[in-house]
Design a protein around this ligand. Structure first.
Ligand SMILES: Cc1cc2nc3c(=O)[nH]c(=O)nc-3n(C[C@H](O)[C@H](O)[C@H](O)COP(=O)(O)OP(=O)(O)OC[C@H]3O[C@@H](n4cnc5c(N)ncnc54)[C@H](O)[C@@H]3O)c2cc1C
Length: 418
């Protein structure tokens, strides 16, 4: 079967679907998960029926988002460009196996909307190239300095670009003398990347549906601008309708190593605060199905964490239902802000250390951690060292070796991102 990179044109698609040939999945559900608070946590179901895509719980779904139209329009306005002009960017490097950096011919509007990254802070090489278009020598100097390897230049890049989260539009707005050609800008900007999500459903129970659990990125930068994450804001605005204009998401599935134990009778300990709960919804569905089939399913324990019981206890009803039918044998929830002292999942793990140590050391339990890579995953790992020391009587060095061995043996798995 031929492959078409077709999600902009909306043409018919052919399997197999992968990074180069994503499937246009219809959005079947898009609902807010949190009851209160100023964040937006959401659950989406993507309909993949007819695609022949298969997935296992623990896999990732990659989605190709589109950029915020208002940012695209503003770039066009600042650069005085006719966004609907048809263009074709050709690779001058004849040895490159890519003739065009993105599908061409196209329009500036399509390139800036679908193919180019206009949201992340521009890299130093982009700033260096842009410098030639600044008519004010001060702007030229600033851009060149930020692109340089000097300590001062690096510091300026860190504070003016990275810390202030200036994207290309903010750079153009804050340097009015900077007026690059739109052609060169399109050539310089990196490709818009797919975003990955840990699939929040089980392919065994829902073979025609891929679920996503995500939090919308939306915050104010130090320059007073509103930073809106590309994919999450685009997903948030997906309207599920019955008419012919169905909201679609270009997607494909990426296999992962994050897998339930081969033997259902092995206990599992899942630690997933916030959207880290995602793959565990799939795990629970799958353990539930195995239980229904009469299999011997081991202890299934979840450590979830959120801010407030009445605000962002994601999937509360579903989790309580899993508990009621005996699929989830223990539900531990750390409500970090419901009391004066902050309580996180690692505090609850520590409280239950004797039982956890028995599960790990005697019962062959598998441990899974999902969510924030920056702090949570490290804090949880340190807590497991503590558990091995305090409940298992190991020295710190032995505890570290013990947990590392669990990792090597596939019994301590992490699905984390920052
Ligand atoms: C394997 C994998 C699995 C993942 N699974 C999930 C999942 O199940 N659910 C989920 O929600 N996400 C998940 N993610 C993250 C997801 O891929 C996206 O990165 C995330 O949704 C943001 O995408 P975006 O396009 O909306 O934001 P982008 O446009 O990519 O912007 C994100 C940028 O904003 C920065 N940022 C965010 N908040 C702030 C803040 N308050 N202050 C300063 N900077 C900030 C981030 O550091 C990042 O650089 C996963 C990532 C990976 C790699």
């Amino acid at each position: 079967m031929p492959k078409y990179h077709n999600f902009c044109q909306g043409m018919q698609t052919y399997e197999p679907f992968d990074a180069k040939n994503p499937y246009l999945a219809t959005v079947a559900t898009n609902r807010q998960l949190n009851q209160a608070g100023n964040r937006h946590l959401m659950h989406l179901d993507l309909d993949i029926s007819g695609s022949k895509i298969r997935y296992d719980s623990g896999d990732h779904v990659a989605v190709y988002p589109i950029n915020d139209i208002s940012v695209v329009n503003r770039i066009g306005q600042i650069l005085d460009a006719d966004l609907d002009a048809v263009i074709s960017l050709n690779n001058l490097d004849e040895e490159s196996n890519k003739k065009h950096p993105f599908p061409c011919p196209t329009t500036y509007r399509t390139a800036l909307t679908h193919y180019l990254d206009i949201t992340n802070p521009p890299r130093t090489n982009v700033l260096f190239e842009l410098a030639q278009y600044a008519t004010d020598p001060k702007d030229q100097e600033t851009l060149r300095k930020m692109a340089s390897a000097s300590i001062e230049g690096k510091g300026l890049y860190q504070s003016w670009i990275l810390d202030a989260r200036r994207n290309i539009l903010a750079v153009l707005e804050d340097m009015p003398s900077l007026h690059p050609t739109i052609d060169h800008l399109c050539e310089l900007l990196p490709r818009l990347q797919a975003r990955y999500y840990s699939i929040a459903s089980s392919g065994k129970l829902y073979p025609t549906m891929v679920s996503i659990c995500a939090v919308v990125v939306d915050f104010q930068t130090s320059t007073g601008r509103r930073f809106k994450g590309v994919a999450t804001n685009w997903l948030k605005n997906m309207v599920v309708t019955d008419n012919s204009h169905k909201a679609t998401v270009p997607m494909y599935v990426r296999k992962s190593q994050f897998r339930l134990p081969y033997k259902a009778s092995n206990p599992v300990v899942m630690i997933g605060p916030g959207t880290g709960i995602a793959p565990f919804m799939g795990f629970l569905q799958e353990r539930g199905k195995m239980k229904e089939q009469g299999k011997d399913v081991g202890e299934t324990i979840l450590y979830f964490g959120c801010r407030h019981r009445n605000e962002d206890f994601l999937y509360q009803q579903e989790l309580q239902e899993f508990q009621k039918i005996g699929v989830l044998t223990q539900l531990n929830v750390a409500f970090s802000r419901d009391q004066e002292e902050k309580v996180y999942v690692q505090h609850l793990l520590k409280k239950n250390m004797e039982h956890l140590w028995k599960l790990i050391h005697t019962d062959n339990a598998h441990i899974y951690i999902c969510g924030d890579a920056r702090n949570m995953a490290r804090d949880v790992q340190n807590t497991f060292y503590d558990i091995a020391e305090e409940a298992g009587g190991l020295t710190h060095t032995q505890a570290v070796t013990y947990i590392k061995k669990l990792m090597t043996n596939g019994r301590y798995s992490q699905d984390v991102w920052s």
